[in-house]
Design a protein around this ligand. Structure first.
Ligand code: PLP
Length: 348
């Protein structure tokens, strides 16, 4: 296709995890929440539907920003809503990274960051995690062309976190903004939200897909200083969040009791999963997230992924060049994790 921009023609495009539509799978491959969302969400969506969808939604999702702001201790103008946190990442990349400029990301981490740089005709630079998933000071090294840094915290696929103080140190040395991607932070012991008050170079993105069991609704948000949010607003589609998602997301964030209960169940199952795979000879990484990264020092893991899939259990096989490959197993219900572990027992 000769009319497409050369940088688009040259890229292969981001490939999301498998989403089988039909057939019964135990789905442990894209870090979805195995529990149904809060019933308040369904009620809110049904009420909105009854009111009809003939009018455009609130372009700024004020109801969500107000309620989320109360919960997290920020005025609404510190919050920008998006169609999933992926859209937030897109908006931020478009705002800060132009053609030929540089975006930095850690490696291995979320593959989409690199794709976002490619879409801009920008370059990306991967700074490798250490083998213990810590990060060296090279991550904060200034470079003339550096315009934006992404840091998932917790990281995927490792599920590990860098301490907030360390990230603040990075931000202070960096010549550009840093976006801390907290898509999984509700399963962790700490978070970096307070850092946003310290510097306008620090932004934090959150997702309702995992912890609030709303991957299908598509809702995420960014917290940053108001003058940063005002710039970013210019890049979003006018109605980037639809009326149903705004209603559902507002009800979800309002139900913090549901979150606490579900989070506790998932963390308990995560610990069982970690112990279970360790007993099978894997070397799982201690996770602060709702998945566990499971390399195996002796057994090739790709056939395990394939055999699990043949038995209708879907996990994510990941192979990052330069790193041992592994299975990233999302934390399902106890029954789902038992089914997965029982199958693995017969394979390793
Ligand atoms: C690190 C990370 N950030 C962001 C996202 C996107 O989440 P959302 O569903 O909110 O777009 C994902 C989804 O897998 C992720 O792994």
């Amino acid at each position: 296709m000769p009319y497409v921009r050369p940088e688009i023609a040259a890229m292969s495009g981001y490939v999301p995890g498998e989403q089988p539509q039909g057939g019964k799978f135990i789905k442990l491959n894209t870090n979805e929440n195995p529990y149904p969302c809060s019933s308040a969400v369904t009620r809110a969506i049904e009420a909105t539907l009854r009111g009809g969808l003939s009018k455009y939604p609130d372009p700024m999702a004020t109801a969500f920003r107000t309620r989320a702001g109360e919960i997290f201790g920020f005025p609404p103008d510190w919050i920008l809503c998006g169609n999933g946190s992926d859209e937030i990442l897109t908006i931020v990349t478009r705002a800060f990274v132009g053609q030929g400029q540089l975006l930095r990301l850690p490696y291995p981490s979320y593959i989409l960051y690199k794709t976002l740089a490619q879409l801009q005709g920008a370059a990306s630079e991967e700074v490798h995690f250490e083998r213990d998933w810590s990060m060296s000071e090279r991550f904060a090294e200034p470079r003339d062309d550096l315009r934006l840094v992404f840091l998932p915290n917790p990281n995927s696929p490792s599920g590990t976190m860098l301490p907030a103080e360390k990230i603040l140190g990075f931000a202070e040395r960096l010549p550009c903004p840093i976006l801390i991607d907290e898509a999984y932070v509700d399963f962790a012991d700490t978070n970096c939200l307070e850092l946003v008050r310290r510097s306008d170079k620090i932004m934090v993105s959150r997702s309702l897909s995992k912890s609030y069991a709303l991957a299908g609704l598509r809702f995420g948000f960014l917290v940053a200083q108001p003058h940063v949010i005002r710039e970013l607003e210019k890049l979003k589609d006018s109605y980037n969040c639809d009326a149903l998602s705004i209603a559902g997301a507002t009800a979800a964030i309002d139900d913090q009791a549901w979150l606490a209960e579900t989070r506790a169940k998932i963390i308990a199952t995560r610990e069982r999963l970690t112990a279970g795979v360790r007993a099978l000879g894997f070397e799982p990484v201690r996770s602060q997230s709702n998945f566990v990264w499971c390399p195996h020092p002796k057994v090739p893991v790709k056939p395990l992924y394939e055999q699990l899939k043949a038995n209708r259990v879907l996990v994510r096989y990941m192979n990052y060049p330069g790193w041992p490959d592994g299975l990233r197993i999302s934390v399902g219900t106890d029954e789902q994790i038992d089914a997965c572990l029982n199958l693995l027992k017969g394979m390793v």
